[in-house]
Design a protein around this ligand. Structure first.
Ligand SMILES: CCCCCCCC(=O)SCCNC(=O)CCNC(=O)[C@H](O)C(C)(C)COP(=O)(O)OP(=O)(O)OC[C@H]1O[C@@H](n2cnc3c(N)ncnc32)[C@H](O)[C@@H]1OP(=O)(O)O
Length: 342
């Protein structure tokens, strides 16, 4: 299968079969070439776990897929980004080669259960001339946990093109990863035991995303800040060029990570007692590589009524706006009790 260069926006490499449904188009296998070659083996070894497992759905029947879990947050409810990414994989499988993921809108209606797989039932809502829409229900225990609509468009260039300017920040090479920051905190000789425990738990989590905060928090800082956050993100491991559709699914996974917490930044005197994403919308603007560093600019324009609205923009290193997202989440908080100084 000819490799598609990254110039295609969230494209796919489909081929139609004898029936009227294009066959599965999201090929997660290594690119063309001898699968036994040392290069292919190296790729396979380094292949991001997001590709080899999290976003690699099993086909159960036409338009019915099953997804498994890789990393589950401490809340023990499925990570929202995983369900979104897998739902987009399922939606994209029945969409032809000349169509590109440009948006998705989801509601999280029940907590995902990490003890059982997720089924993805795809409904082919419409195949229009320029736009094709799929609806996906993520199902567990016979009930939907997520409802998602995804839309795909033919490439239709236009003279109307503009974007905001990417924030000026240090490059990722000048910053520390989240793990490096945690190890730095752990190296403090006067670090209290209870903090050590929490930090080592964080280190033990195998999140398939690498993160470099642009303004790393001062360790257990208690000062309020604006509800804005910036960090460099990329998928761990190798994904490679040629499958923009897959990069969109990985970006959907990444976009839900550390986003909702932006709304808590002005309130260091409170901690989340219950926090969960209610909905999530995403728009894909240009080509990008989700296994290369991208700047994730997050901000929360509003919070109230036990909810917080957060918005994110994913920027390529060259300043091109790759994707935007918006999410509202439940934020039920309680005051942080600090040991009295007396
Ligand atoms: C800052 C940290 C950011 C973390 C971001 C995590 C991002 C994620 O990936 S979350 C995963 C994706 N999203 C989801 O799973 C949400 C799925 N949807 C749902 O679970 C439901 O639709 C939900 C909970 C939003 C609404 O359902 P509904 O039955 O109306 O909820 P409700 O009765 O209000 O209470 C639900 C939960 O809030 C808890 N709760 C209710 N009131 C309070 C309160 N005052 N204080 C604290 N918790 C409360 C309840 O105990 C219950 O918790 P649990 O599910 O563990 O029993």
């Amino acid at each position: 299968m000819a490799e598609r260069k990254v110039g295609d926006i969230c494209g796919s490499s489909a081929s139609t079969t004898s029936d009227d449904h294009p066959k599965d188009t999201l090929d997660l296998k290594p690119e063309d070439g001898d699968p036994e070659s040392p290069e292919a083996q190296k790729d396979q070894d380094l292949k991001s776990v997001l590709v080899t497992s999290v976003l690699n759905l099993e086909e159960i029947d036409v338009d019915l897929y099953r997804g498994t879990h890789h990393w589950v947050p401490r809340t023990q409810r499925l990570f929202g980004g995983q369900i979104i990414g897998q739902a987009l994989v399922a939606a994209a499988k029945s969409v032809g080669d000349n169509l590109y993921a440009h948006s998705l809108h989801c509601y999280f209606v029940r907590a995902g259960d990490p003890k059982v797989p997720v089924l993805y039932q795809v409904d082919r809502i419409r195949d229009g001339r320029s736009f094709t829409v799929r609806s996906v229900r993520a199902i567990q225990h016979g009930q939907p946990i997520l409802i998602c609509q995804a839309s795909f468009q033919m490439l239709q260039p236009s003279p109307l093109q503009h974007q905001f300017t990417m924030p000026a920040v240090p490059p990722p090479e000048d910053l520390l990863t989240a793990e490096e920051l945690i190890r730095l905190y752990l190296s403090k000789p006067d670090l209290a035991e209870k903090y050590k425990l929490g930090l080592n738990k964080l280190l033990a989590i195998e999140v398939p995303i690498e993160i470099k905060p642009v303004n790393p928090p001062v360790f257990y800082k208690v000062t309020a800040s604006e509800p804005k956050n910036l960090f460099w993100v990329r998928a761990r491991g190798y994904i490679g060029e040629g499958n923009m559709k897959l990069h969109c699914c990985v970006a959907a996974y990444v976009s839900d990570f550390a986003l909702l917490g932006t709304a808590l930044l002005p309130y260091p005197g409170y901690r989340a007692q219950f926090a969960a994403s209610l909905d999530h919308a995403m728009w894909f603007h240009s080509t990008f590589r989700s296994d290369e560093w991208m700047l994730y600019e997050c901000e929360s324009p509003w919070a109230g009524g036990s909810r917080g609205l957060v918005q994110g923009r994913l920027w390529r290193r060259d300043g091109v706006l790759a994707a935007s997202c918006s999410q509202e989440g439940v934020l039920r908080v309680k005051p942080v009790t600090r040991p009295s100084k007396l």
